[in-house]
Design a binder for this molecule. Structure first.
Ligand SMILES: Cc1cccc(C)c1Nc1c(-c2c(F)cccc2F)nc2cccc(C)n12
Length: 233
């Protein structure tokens, strides 16, 4: 049985990523609004647009703190952010929704998502994903690393230095693999199950493109940041 050991460098890497992941949270005023504003499909959509916009801002700040990310080609940094944003946001909202917060924030967020004028065909797979993430009971480190691995996916559109991104992603995959072995010794397949979620994220990515189109068709307004990150007119 090979002895799995996390090196000093890898421990520093985990700490840097976890600090960045925890440092950037959604601002209090946004979460307070979610609890206070009245319920209507329009109001819920507006609030979710605010949450989505703040999630993108949080994501950009987190990404800049991923060791090695800022050394990548600048255009590739943008291509990685645009290509991974919604997947990272699905992961983040899954982690928020699977935690039962004392403030009742998760229940309110879930209620507003279900009643925001989104069609059932997107709601079902979205909440199935949220449930499957919740069942994994990921540690904070695993959540932060899985998000990092999603962001560092080399085969996003317009990425030029494929190898540079792949090398960075492999560094993170190696750390996550070791963490899974050490933190879930009774579940040898745990690491494989985490990576399986990344496949499910790709499917949700496609659903999201359709959601954007249907929101646009129903004349829903987005913020400039959401239009920019997802190339919406
Ligand atoms: C904040 C939020 C949380 C859970 C579900 C949803 C639908 C949202 N809201 C949006 C998402 C989005 C996201 F932010 C995280 C996960 C999946 C997502 F669909 N994307 C967009 C794009 C334009 C407008 C909104 C309202 N919106």
């Amino acid at each position: 049985k090979e002895k799995v050991e996390i090196t000093k460098e890898q421990r520093a890497l985990i700490k840097a990523i976890l600090d960045a992941y925890n440092r950037h949270q959604i601002p209090q005023d946004v979460t307070k609004k979610l609890l206070q504003e009245q319920y209507s499909a329009e109001e819920n959509f507006l609030l979710l647009t605010e949450v989505a916009t703040s999630q993108v801002q949080v994501l950009v700040e987190f990404t800049k703190n991923i060791p090695g990310f800022l050394s990548l080609d600048r255009e590739d940094q943008i291509a990685l952010l645009k290509g991974s944003a919604v997947e990272a946001m699905f992961l983040r909202s899954a982690q928020v929704l699977s935690k039962k917060m004392p403030s009742g924030y998760t229940e309110v967020l879930e209620e507003r998502i279900r009643k925001s004028g989104m069609s059932e065909e997107f709601i079902t797979p979205m909440f199935n994903f949220y449930k499957s993430i919740g069942e994994l009971h990921m540690t904070q480190e695993e959540q932060a690393l899985l998000t990092t691995i999603t962001i560092l996916t080399p085969d996003r559109p317009y990425v030029k230095s494929h190898e540079a991104v792949e090398r960075l992603q492999e560094t993170m995959l190696d750390v996550l693999r070791k963490l899974c072995v050490l933190q879930h010794p009774q579940e040898p397949q745990y690491f494989a199950r985490l990576l399986g979620r990344l496949t499910e994220l790709r499917t949700l990515h496609h659903y999201h493109v359709e959601m954007l189109t249907s929101w646009k068709t129903n004349d829903h307004k987005f913020t400039p940041l959401l239009c920019e990150i997802w190339d919406v007119q």
